[in-house]
Design a protein around this ligand. Structure first.
Ligand SMILES: [Zn+2]
Length: 187
């Protein structure tokens, strides 16, 4: 298992609007110089905020997930959020029956894949909120050759096996996963 690559966000990069004292876990987030040469914290946070906004569109009352695929020029290729199919009648009882809900729920990443032109996803970064893609979505994202995942440092215990399965697949494939603290989205 590769170690987490946490992102250190310093106040200069965010225009001086974050003070370390505001974040209890501040010291945890560190990056190398290579990160700053290759990626932009400013753009990462913009797209993570967008993924959060898209997550809010989900009709699922308990779990709302958003995903955004972005190319090297910061162009948005596709978005997705979790939900039932467009043919579903969206009955409230379908959300209450957990087994049924899980069987017919399309994950945010799956919707992103269904809506995108497959060839345009190659070498994209995929932003997911509020957590890393699950094990089955990780496999599908790898199948279209994405380069990187950017997400939130958040691992709800009930899905930890699936998140670990996703992390292991990304690590095996050499796909970078960068984690930001959720507090970074509030600025
Ligand atoms: Zn999934």
């Amino acid at each position: 298992m590769t170690p987490f690559r946490y992102i250190y966000v310093d106040k200069e990069e965010l225009g001086g609007c974050i003070l370390p004292a505001q974040f209890p876990g501040w010291e945890k987030y560190e990056t190398t110089d290579l990160f700053h040469k290759t990626y932009s914290v400013k753009w990462d946070l913009r797209f993570l905020r967008l993924a959060k906004e898209i997550a809010s569109w989900s009709s699922d009352p308990s779990t709302k997930v958003g995903a955004v695929a972005v190319d090297k020029e910061h162009g948005i290729i596709a978005t997705g959020y979790n939900g039932f199919s467009k043919k579903n009648l969206d009955r409230p009882e379908d959300y209450q029956d957990r087994n049924r809900k899980l069987m017919q729920m399309i994950h945010a990443e799956e919707n992103l894949l269904l809506f995108a032109e497959k060839t345009r996803l190659k070498h994209c970064t995929v932003y997911t909120y509020p957590f890393i893609p699950c094990g089955t979505c990780a496999a599908k994202l790898l199948q279209v050759d994405i380069d990187r995942i950017v997400t939130i440092d958040n691992f709800p215990e009930r899905w930890i096996d699936s998140f670990n399965c996703g992390r292991e697949q990304f690590a095996d494939a050499g796909v970078i996963v960068d984690y930001y603290p959720a507090e970074c989205l509030n600025v």
